[in-house]
Design a protein around this ligand. Structure first.
Ligand SMILES: [Zn+2]
Ligand SMILES: [Zn+2]
Length: 386
């Protein structure tokens, strides 16, 4: 087994591009992959488009046809259909089908490398497009690569634990697999009362034969890093132990960060990195080490996203966190970061702790308790029936 995780990145990763001014920018790969390389990571799998048959594991044929039609976009204005349209979150761009199918292909091939036993851990920074629905684009996401990777593992009969650490509710992955008792989706996110997509409440726990296999932990705005990590630590190990997955898929959106321009939590990359290490350890404890990690959202693309990806990779590479970010990396990206108002680049992989006011911390404690009391017995009962 190679001692390095499989890193998924290639030329096509840059093609997933909604155009200048869109928050989900491929500019993030410049400083992001550069920092990974500085740590010794080397991309080992270049994404190529998934086949139509593969996309149909999570999407409808008519939706794939709509995406292909929008792919012919040249210039001008296109009316919205299936969530894609000019002026919206998911504007059309030339070649969008191939670009989006390649993100899906990257996560699917990484999943297959894990299923074949070629690697234990894989990281696909360009993946994690968790909002895409079976027949609709949403929230910068065209095809749902984590849901497709999970579907691929399900074809081999594996039980899948999906952990979504993005600041936004992992609604698409949840919707696609909610009825399957062999997929447990767990999403920690800023409450839908304050943030897109407006869903993911405590009482949404899955239904019928799959009751207890949907877990949502909505957090109030201004939740700081210790409290965020406390919620993850309080729930994830117990959920994993109850569910006993065969493989773990996780989404590491970096948009819960204090500096992120699109959301209101006050997380740090330090807490994100610690959470990644917990996910890693749970994969070894319960799932023979099988772990596919993806990126996700993250819109402070110089100061936050590169360090967040690196901390996930370091966890997967069984490496300690270096004291400092490389000075050459900081020098190389300083000017571009300043141009986008994201300077200076941090000199360390750690951020200072971000306090949470006591009332907010108590509200999170109550949420965690409610999740525990509603979900764990349902999940245990569902697991008991298999
Ligand atoms: Zn997000
Ligand atoms: Zn490991």
């Amino acid at each position: 087994m190679p001692d390095q995780p499989l890193l998924v990145f290639g030329p096509r990763s840059l093609d997933y591009d909604f155009g200048p001014g869109h928050p989900l920018t491929p500019r993030r790969f410049g400083p992001g992959i550069d920092l990974l390389r500085a740590l010794g990571a080397e991309p080992g799998l270049a994404p190529e488009p998934a086949s139509d048959d593969e996309l149909l594991m999570a999407h409808t044929k008519s939706y794939v046809d709509v995406v292909k039609r929008f792919s012919e976009f040249d210039h001008g204005w296109m009316e919205a259909e299936a969530g894609i349209g000019s002026g919206g979150d998911d504007p059309p761009f030339h070649g969008m089908h191939d670009a989006a199918a390649a993100v899906a292909g990257g996560s699917l091939r990484a999943m297959e490398a894990i299923l074949a036993g070629e690697v234990d851990h894989a990281l696909h920074p360009g993946g994690g497009l968790h909002h895409a629905m079976p027949a609709r684009a949403s929230g910068f996401c065209i095809y749902n690569d984590p849901a497709l990777a999970i579907a691929r593992a399900r074809r081999d009969g594996l039980r899948v634990l999906y952990v979504d650490l993005d600041v936004h509710h992992g609604d698409g992955v949840e919707a696609i697999h909610a009825a399957d008792p062999a997929v447990l989706t767990v999403s920690f996110h800023e409450s839908g009362r304050y943030l897109f997509p407006g869903t993911g409440f405590v009482e949404d726990v899955g239904e019928g034969a799959a009751a207890g296999t949907v877990v949502n932990v909505p957090l109030p705005p201004e939740t700081g890093d210790e409290v965020w990590l406390g919620a993850v630590n309080a729930l994830l190990p117990e959920l994993a132990a109850t569910f006993r997955p065969d493989i773990v898929v996780s989404q590491h959106g970096a948009d819960s960060h204090l500096w992120d321009p699109l959301a209101h939590l006050q997380n740090t990359v330090t807490a994100m990195g610690t959470a990644a290490r917990l996910v890693h350890d749970l994969a070894h404890e319960h799932a023979g080490g099988r772990w596919l990690a993806t990126g996700g959202g993250g819109y402070d693309v110089y100061r936050v996203v590169p360090r967040s990806w690196s901390l996930v990779w370091l966890a997967a590479a069984h490496r300690d966190i270096p004291d400092e970010t490389p000075a050459e990396w900081r020098d190389r990206w300083a000017e571009e970061a300043a141009r986008y108002g994201q300077a200076p680049l941090p000199a360390t992989f750690d951020d200072p702790p971000t306090p949470t006011d006591p009332a907010t911390a108590r509200a999170v404690d109550r949420t965690v308790e409610t999740v525990r009391s509603t979900v764990l017995s349902l999940l245990a009962a569902t697991v008991g029936r298999r």
